[in-house]
Design a protein around this ligand. Structure first.
Ligand code: AHG
Ligand code: MN
Ligand code: MN
Length: 327
């Protein structure tokens, strides 16, 4: 007997139908899925073809190596354009806002096509993160940058692991796995576990002494209760937190011995990293805040590459550290 699983597209079609929604979002998602599969292909064959090097490298055939993040960017822009549904895109890989289809488009897409670049030369997991907002259909579009609470969906692919997680506004966070036909299948609703037994903490331990004193004290007091895991790629680290519970954090760097290396505004980008995981986390019952304890989803971006500190995961943990952050 062949075992059949529900495909992502079938799941989404039914979802749109049930909520009396149009098919525009499906067309957009089809583009994002195609992009992810295409990136996955390059990543899987990258080590062999010499595509995992740094820009400026030459591969074994003597050709210039295209950095994976450039490949991923090119692929994603192609599919967003082909969807005919995107007004503007904002990408970690492009300094300027990318006009895709300013007249006919319906959505804004904020994305990081290759997140966790230190894993790339090793072929280890990286992420493709994206958030989607819809244009103002009621009146003139003002093209303002949207806060995470105004996203309609946010998701991530873990590459080349073949997992896809998508959160739909007020409709939960869902995880899919790639099957032998390269379809994402078998929707599983993700809800952060309440039992702290499986909870994990995830942060760059090497930075600990650079964190604010309150954060360091919170860690000393609480860390022995939880397992510690850190991959160095937000998508992979957050993937575990969604399943096991706990907290991922990338705090502000405020106590670096070389003050020039302080990052009081944090490292991660608000629109296509922090808000994306914060949105998925909220739909799975969790929470996310910045260094002031402000909910990530409430932050109105001032610029498209704005950075933020990030604390994301199980509500009790994020709320607890949030009280410390609020002082
Ligand atoms: P990117 O590869 O897109 O530049 O960002 C990597 C991010 C994120 O994925 C990860 O959680 C974090 O940076 C890791 O940073 P450290 O190496 O400082 O721990
Ligand atoms: Mn990134
Ligand atoms: Mn990136």
């Amino acid at each position: 007997m062949i075992q059949f699983e529900q495909t992502f597209m079938n799941f989404l079609l039914h979802h749109q139908e049930k909520h009396n929604r149009t098919y525009h979002f499906l067309i957009l998602m089809d583009g994002l899925i195609s992009a992810a599969k295409h990136i996955q292909h390059y990543y899987l064959t990258g080590a062999l073809k010499g595509n995992l090097g740094l820009a400026g490298d030459v591969n074994v055939q003597g050709e210039d190596v295209l950095r994976m993040d450039q490949i991923a960017q090119e692929i994603t822009i192609h599919y967003l354009r082909a969807s005919g549904r995107v007004i503007h895109a904002i990408s970690e890989e492009s300094k300027e806002i990318i006009p895709v289809d300013p007249e006919g488009g319906r959505y804004f897409v904020y994305f990081d096509p290759m997140d966790g670049s230190s894993n790339v030369p090793h072929g280890l997991p990286v992420g493709f993160l994206f958030g989607v907002a819809k244009r103002n259909l009621e009146g003139p579009e003002d093209y303002h940058l949207r806060a995470g609470k105004d996203y309609i969906a946010a998701g991530m692919f873990v590459i080349p692991t073949g997992t896809f997680t998508l959160a739909l506004k007020d409709a939960g966070t869902w995880r899919f796995h790639i099957d032998e036909t390269m379809n994402f299948v078998k929707p599983v609703r993700m809800v952060l576990p309440e039992n702290p037994k499986s909870w994990e903490l995830s942060f760059n331990e090497a930075n600990r002494k650079t964190y604010a004193t309150g954060v360091q004290e919170w860690l000393s007091k609480n860390e022995s209760k939880y397992a510690f895991r850190y991959l160095g790629a937000l998508a992979g680290d957050f993937h575990r937190i969604l399943a096991n519970g706990g907290m991922f954090m990338y705090p502000a760097i405020v106590n670096h011995p070389d003050p020039k290396k302080n990052r009081p505004e944090g490292k991660l980008r608000l629109m296509y990293e922090a808000a994306v995981v914060a949105f998925m986390c909220r739909e799975a019952g969790g929470h996310a805040v910045d260094e002031k304890g402000t909910p990530i989803l409430e932050i109105q971006p001032r610029t498209h590459h704005q950075r933020t500190a990030l604390y994301v995961g199980s509500k009790p943990l994020v709320e607890d550290i949030s009280n410390v952050l609020k002082g």
